[in-house]
Design a protein around this ligand. Structure first.
Ligand SMILES: *[C@@H]1O[C@H](CO)[C@@H](O)[C@H](O)[C@H]1NC(C)=O
Ligand SMILES: *[C@@H]1O[C@H](CO)[C@@H](O)[C@H](O)[C@H]1NC(C)=O
Ligand SMILES: *[C@@H]1O[C@H](CO)[C@@H](O)[C@H](O)[C@H]1NC(C)=O
Ligand SMILES: *[C@@H]1O[C@H](CO)[C@@H](O)[C@H](O)[C@H]1NC(C)=O
Ligand SMILES: *[C@@H]1O[C@H](CO)[C@@H](O)[C@H](O)[C@H]1NC(C)=O
Ligand SMILES: *[C@@H]1O[C@H](CO)[C@@H](O)[C@H](O)[C@H]1NC(C)=O
Ligand SMILES: *[C@@H]1O[C@H](CO)[C@@H](O)[C@H](O)[C@H]1NC(C)=O
Ligand SMILES: *[C@@H]1O[C@H](CO)[C@@H](O)[C@H](O)[C@H]1NC(C)=O
Ligand SMILES: *[C@@H]1O[C@H](CO)[C@@H](O)[C@H](O)[C@H]1NC(C)=O
Ligand SMILES: *[C@@H]1O[C@H](CO)[C@@H](O)[C@H](O)[C@H]1NC(C)=O
Ligand SMILES: [Cu+2]
Length: 590
């Protein structure tokens, strides 16, 4: 006993002292992108769990709490401490229950924070701005991603609250109202607390929210339902042998940010809260609702049998007009995919869903995608040939009426340039949008009902999944440019000023663009709320500030603390790749 105490105090003296005495940084901690590998875990030994469904109604309020729990994430891992959503401490799960709401019928959810920890589960970097409650605790606030929601219920990052009853400056209520005025689709709810979203989501605060068609609209016969409709929450995590999640405590550039890691990449893949699970399926069609809930990893998914393909029927914002038949699908953090897989083509077979996504994306550092990250899950297709006749009904070639064309003619254009700032060793230390931090004043004031084009101008080396709250948008086009020429000040992107030289280059006669506007690629088609913006490219999206059907919002979107647009690599979002925006009624203010 005595000896152990001595060893412990020796270790803490050696490793946990501040390094101002010239000592090497602590060795026992977890280094960004150089984490100790997870213990060896056998693949495909756990059955895919299905989160419980909770049906929301327009007459009753659901209370959903955030709790600290432990949960088995793999057969051979001890239970993992997590933060999780549920109606009680004993029913809370990771992922949280799947909330199901009816289109156009209001729903009411009260979110509570029952996490008693004195501080967040993973190391908070106190050199980046964050909620920072004076009385300690774990701030949380829940955002419904993709929802057309009044801003008081939108989970503004500054509207956090702790279990001790301390509130962020934008807090109004935690009794949230959801309008559900959008196309039937899969949304998700997750933590959005200022500066610690990456920690809270990674700790487990996430779940599906599905907007369903009203019951009087019969589900089309070709669409698999009930047990044949399977939500899949995909993400990566790394583990200690004791089952705890291994999250970096030493940052990329520890002298500037001791703990912030620019991107969390881990060595195991979880689906619905199990590491590399399997699912027994019948030889028939299934509908899978995919969500990438990872901090940073982009997945490029494929099936191991050439006879199978993904029939993509929907995106973030609902059904596609025409299905796409794809052998691989790309899903970046926070995007959703609605996919059909027809297992009747492969009775009795084992099918692997594999990943070949680059990390970072699109220029890979192979060390960040160890072999385990290439596997996602396994389907075991049974031999039974008797399945409901419904399976024979083909997927129609048109899934819905085409959307009215949104004209760019009267659109207001905004530039959103994206920059990564590095230390002298090229380690990232901050990511900014338009050179502004989260706390700087609002600079975007779209007019309610108007149409805008946003140009994401990416000067960083990585692609960023850009998300805009409140609305669903469409991809317009994408155009790559010569970044080195631009940085020399020798060409124009028609931006109002040259970011890098402070020279006004409006008069430059050469264009920086190296190609005509491109696209859309298959994963850029349809209603989107999150869109990858590629490096050295301008990605243009078109937004109409109405509901998806072009009607006014059934609430005043100019009220409340306002909305947010940000990168959905949560590690970036937390270090200032996030900006507020506010809607205004028709006026001249932009
Ligand atoms: C609320 O739900 C009930 C039953 O589902 C339905 O009859 C009613 O129209 C709904 N009300 C609104 C305002 O959506
Ligand atoms: C929020 O909901 C709770 C639980 O239903 C209720 O007790 C409380 O009065 C509500 N608060 C407000 C401000 O509506
Ligand atoms: C699990 O192991 C890690 C690494 O050794 C340690 O930091 C952590 O405190 C342990 N967690 C528990 C609950 O014991
Ligand atoms: C998808 O494409 C593959 C390969 O071209 C083809 O074999 C398959 O029949 C197509 N599936 C559907 C549903 O169109
Ligand atoms: C299906 O049948 C084949 C051949 O009869 C057998 O090898 C295979 O194990 C069976 N698969 C399942 C999932 O039962
Ligand atoms: C997919 O993953 C399985 C299981 O890990 C592996 O056996 C198979 O070789 C992989 N297929 C491809 C094309 O990578
Ligand atoms: C704003 O007002 C102007 C002038 O009345 C009108 O032309 C324009 O269409 C309005 N814009 C919107 C989005 O309502
Ligand atoms: C980009 O501009 C640089 C000059 O800064 C030039 O050397 C290079 O050839 C250009 N690249 C392309 C693809 O045009
Ligand atoms: C970006 O902001 C910083 C700090 O506010 C300022 O010093 C710098 O000049 C800005 N850069 C540009 C290109 O505006
Ligand atoms: C750009 O052109 C305008 C109008 O011709 C002129 O006033 C301005 O000085 C020019 N700017 C530069 C940087 O040459
Ligand atoms: Cu980013």
């Amino acid at each position: 006993m005595v000896r152990i105490v001595w060893v412990m105090s020796f270790i803490s003296t050696l490793f946990f002292l501040p390094s101002d005495a010239g000592e090497t940084p602590p060795l026992v901690q977890s280094v960004c992108q150089n984490l100790v590998p997870s213990p060896n875990l056998q693949k495909f030994v756990d059955k895919l769990p299905r989160p419980k469904n909770i049906y929301l109604s327009n007459c009753t309020q659901l209370t959903l709490g955030a709790y600290k729990i432990t949960q088995k994430l793999h057969r051979d891992l001890p239970p993992t401490p997590l933060y999780a959503f549920g109606t009680s401490a004993t029913t809370a799960t990771y992922p949280g229950p799947t909330l199901r709401a009816t289109q156009s019928s209001k729903s009411y959810v009260r979110f509570e924070n029952h996490i008693q920890d004195e501080q967040p589960m993973f190391t908070v970097d106190r050199t980046i701005q964050w909620a920072n409650p004076k009385r300690g605790g774990v701030p949380t606030v829940t955002h419904l991603h993709g929802g057309a929601t009044e801003s008081a219920s939108d989970g503004n990052p500054d509207a956090w609250y702790t279990a001790k009853g301390e509130y962020g400056p934008a807090y109004i209520t935690q009794n949230y109202t959801y309008s559900n005025v959008q196309r039937p689709t899969a949304l998700w709810y997750h933590d959005h607390a200022f500066g610690i979203t990456r920690l809270n989501i990674n700790a487990g605060l996430a779940g599906f929210y599905i907007v369903e068609s009203p019951p009087e609209e019969k589900t089309p016969a070709w669409l698999p339902t009930k047990q044949f409709e399977v939500p899949l929450v995909i993400g990566d995590k790394q583990f200690f042998p004791n089952g705890s999640i291994n999250f970096p405590s030493i940052g990329d550039s520890p002298k500037i940010h001791p703990n912030w890691c620019s991107e969390y990449y881990a060595d195991t893949i979880l689906v619905n809260g199990k590491v590399w699970p399997y699912l027994n399926v019948q030889p028939r069609k299934y509908r899978f609702r995919l969500l990438n809930a990872a901090n940073a990893r982009v997945f490029e998914l494929s099936l191991s049998d050439q006879r199978l393909s993904f029939v993509k029927i929907g995106t973030d914002g609902g059904l596609l007009e025409k299905p796409q038949n794809l052998s691989t699908v790309i899903i970046s953090p926070s995007e959703r995919l609605d996919l059909i897989i027809d297992f009747s083509l492969v009775p009795g077979c084992q099918i692997f869903m594999n990943n070949s996504g680059a990390a970072p994306y699109p220029d890979a550092e192979p060390a960040l995608s160890p072999v385990g990250t290439k596997s996602v899950m396994k389907f075991i297709v049974n031999n039974r040939t008797k399945y409901p006749l419904k399976n024979h009904i083909p997927i129609p070639s048109r899934l819905r009426k085409p959307d009215p064309i949104i004209s760019v003619k009267d659109a207001y254009w905004r530039k959103a340039h994206m920059e990564e700032f590095d230390d002298t060793q090229q380690n990232p230390i901050q990511d900014l949008l338009n050179n502004l931090t989260w706390t700087q004043p609002v600079s975007f004031y779209p007019v309610v009902g108007s149409t805008e084009v946003w140009e994401f101008i990416n000067f960083t080396p990585d692609a960023h999944p850009m998300h805009v709250h409140l609305i669903q948008f469409h991809f317009l086009n994408q155009q790559s440019f010569n970044q080195s020429l631009y940085m020399e000040g020798g060409c124009s992107l028609q931006v109002p000023f040259n970011l890098h030289t402070n020279n006004n280059n409006n008069n430059a006669t050469t264009s920086c663009f190296t190609e005509e506007p491109q696209g859309p690629l298959p994963n850029q088609i349809g209603w989107k709320d999150t869109m990858l913006a590629f490096p050295a490219s301008v990605t243009r999206i078109i937004i109409k500030f109405t509901t998806q059907d072009g009607r006014p919002f059934p609430f005043d979107p100019t009220l409340g603390p306002g909305y947010v647009w940000h990168c959905h690599i949560s590690d970036h979002e937390d270090n200032d790749m996030m900006r507020p925006y506010k809607l205004v009624h028709n006026s001249t203010k932009h």
